[in-house]
Ligand binder design. Structure first.
Ligand code: ADP
Length: 629
């Protein structure tokens, strides 16, 4: 019943092992590629705007040098200027008039006021004074007050000014809704912005047409916009205050043929005159005026950032994902991490180059997300296989251990049960032998002697197996008594003398006088008997066996030297293994179990001693056991 169950278990294990054979490479690659495709499609359903915004801002920030456009000059109504008028909420008319008059004398290409300019802020009188001054220069007003959107210029300014929207976009809804200004507006509600008009003017002055590349323009609601090509952080454009300009503190021809942008840089409650940029999200850090300069420069240079299309991004993710995931199937987890780090660095550097050299905004947010998620999926995918295998081996080894235990028990039972009948056979044979004394019993005598000899061998074998089972179930216990080991050697030799005589072998002894010490007499007797038996068994007829005993540094040594075939060096370790027998003609002829030396070594080590072997092939072997006193 039990046996049947075992067999079923075993075949079950075999079946399972066959099932865990590594998946076919083709299947693994196919499933990983399909997984990558599904992941790519899934991930591209999300925008990852925040991550995209962070990444592109990071790339802008890595830019070391700045390139302010030489044709753009900035003038700010700043705290220094405001100190004179004590007016914060608008640029005072007087200051504007003075500033514009100074700039007019320098013959600028255009003057643009980037500020709210309406009847709510300025009286009719002020507006008509301004209108007069504006008519002296190519004047533009880029209004920034949102409630004014799409309205006409105040009546007084109607004829003297290009009155246009001057907003810089803020990402309030896209890219993480972080209010960062990333785009310049070209048109709003079909109306050109002041930046587009100024850029066109710049090109006209050089007898060229502005043909802003269509693929760099995106539609956002009712506006068309282009991504600003930031050419430096805050402060990259030199800026004069209106105070300096109105008092004439600037180099001659500073504004000649330039586009002059005027705006307020006073921290006001609404902070409308400040923006967040990829470089800084600190309030009141970067004036709108700087954003206007970068926006205008982008349009003049016609190099707004070109954002790659959905499909370009999709295929980049897919290709990178396919390469990476299929490679991860082969790499170790540590190598995978290294590979991913290198890949991410490579991707970042490449997208940096694309941005700075070619104004190309590659979406790395999706590929990065794909690589991260892919990595966390593929490593467990691989581990599952390995865990399955490990679990199976564990199960198998538990099964083997159980089997081993069963075998030991079985041996133990059989050997015990064999001992009694064997002893009875031997006893009866000996009895019969002692009764047969006449000549006609000669044949019978020989048979009885053969029976006794064979049962002797069998008993010896049974004893050996019993010893083994005792060892394996850890039942061997030392029963130490004090004795002179020379006595043990002599007793063993006495019992082996007939065996030696049969082969005409001489046994010489050199036994140094020794003190008695504690050891398990029965076991050590067995050890010495085994070594002597082997020496006799494997030695040629007429050879000599030498037995030495001595004490060196509280260690007793017993060595048994023979003139047998010897043991090659590569077998020195093996011969002490369980059931190991050397495969050469000289020793294989002899009967044996391959257990003798295993037991010898075990018993000696149980005494905290050791066994060593010196041997020369063709000359003989010298086994020495060393026991602590
Ligand atoms: P067994 O003698 O029953 O085969 P042992 O464990 O006693 O088993 O010995 C293991 C093997 O070591 C033997 O089969 C034999 O090949 C080799 N051996 C042991 N003693 C000697 C010896 N004195 N000379 C040469 N070979 C030996």
């Amino acid at each position: 019943m039990k046996k049947g169950k075992r067999q079923a278990d075993w075949s079950e294990l075999e079946k399972r092992e066959a099932a865990i054979k590594p998946r076919s490479k083709f299947f693994s690659h196919l499933s990983v590629s399909l997984l990558t495709l599904v992941l790519t499609i899934g991930l591209h359903q999300a925008d990852f705007d925040s991550l995209k915004g962070l990444l592109i801002d990071g790339l802008f920030r890595t830019q070391l040098d700045s390139h302010p456009h030489p044709a753009i000059k900035l003038v700010a109504y700043d705290t220094q200027s405001a100190a004179r008028y004590q007016i914060n909420y608008k640029i005072p008319t007087e200051e504007l008039l003075k500033t514009i008059t100074r700039i007019k004398d320098e013959q600028p290409l255009a003057v643009a006021l980037i500020a709210p300019l309406n009847e709510k802020l300025y009286s009719e009188q002020e507006l008509s004074e301004l209108a007069h001054a504006f008519s002296q220069v190519p004047m533009y007003v880029g209004y920034t007050d949102s409630e004014n959107m799409g309205k006409n210029a105040p009546r007084a300014l109607f004829h003297s000014t290009h009155y246009l929207p001057g907003y810089v976009s803020r990402d309030t809804f896209s890219y993480g809704a972080d209010s960062v200004s990333r785009r310049v507006m070209l048109t709003i509600d079909g109306l050109p912005t002041v930046y587009l008009k100024l850029a066109e003017l710049f090109h006209h002055s050089n007898h060229q047409e502005l043909s802003y590349p269509k693929n760099r323009i995106e539609k956002f609601g009712e506006s068309t916009q282009s991504y600003i090509n930031w050419q430096g952080r805050a402060g990259s454009y030199p800026m004069l205050s209106t105070l300096e300009v109105s008092e004439g503190h600037f180099p001659k021809d500073y504004f000649k043929n330039k586009i002059v942008l005027i705006s307020s840089t006073l921290p006001s409650k609404k902070d409308a005159d400040f923006i967040f940029t990829p470089f800084s999200r600190e309030p009141f850090h970067t004036p709108l005026l700087e954003g206007s300069a970068h926006s205008l420069a982008t349009l003049i240079n016609q190099n707004g950032i070109y954002k790659s299309s959905f499909w370009a991004d999709f295929f980049l993710s897919l290709i990178l994902g396919l390469i990476t995931m299929n490679l991860l199937l082969y790499l170790s987890p540590a190598r995978s991490i290294q590979f991913l780090i290198v890949e991410i660095l490579f991707l970042t550097v490449l997208s940096g180059i694309a941005l700075w050299k070619y104004q190309y905004w590659v979406d790395v947010a999706h590929p990065l997300a794909l690589l991260a998620i892919g990595y966390y999926l593929i490593i467990p995918y691989r581990l599952v296989d390995e865990y399955k295998k490990r679990w199976h081996y564990q199960e198998k080894s538990e099964f083997m251990a159980e089997l081993e235990q069963l075998k030991t028990n079985f041996f133990s039972l059989i050997s015990h049960d064999l001992k009694t009948p064997l002893a009875r056979i031997q006893g009866n044979a000996e009895l019969a032998l002692s009764h047969s004394s006449t000549d006609k019993d000669e044949k019978q005598k020989k048979s009885l002697e053969a029976i006794i000899h064979t049962t002797d061998e069998l008993s010896h074998y049974v004893e050996t197996v019993l010893d083994l089972t005792r060892i394996e179930s850890s039942k061997v216990q030392l029963n130490k008594t004090s004795k002179d080991i020379n006595t043990v050697v002599k007793e063993v030799l006495k019992s082996k003398i007939t065996l030696a005589k049969e082969k005409d072998i001489q046994i010489q002894t050199h036994l140094e006088p020794l003190f008695s010490f504690n050891f398990d007499v029965k076991l050590i007797q067995q050890v010495i008997a085994n070594l002597v038996e082997n020496a006799i068994k494997y030695s040629p007829r007429g050879s000599t066996i030498t037995i030495n005993t001595k004490e060196v540094n509280s260690l007793v040594e017993v060595s048994i030297r023979d003139e047998g075939p010897g043991i090659p060096l590569e077998e020195h370790e093996n011969i002490f293994s369980k059931f190991y027998r050397m495969k050469n003609d000289a020793t294989q002829r002899e009967k044996g179990t391959g257990l003798g030396l295993y037991l010898v070594k075990y018993f000696v080590e149980l005494h905290n001693g050791f066994i060593s072997l010196k041997s020369q092939v063709g000359k003989g072997s010298d086994f020495t056991i060393t026991l602590p006193v």
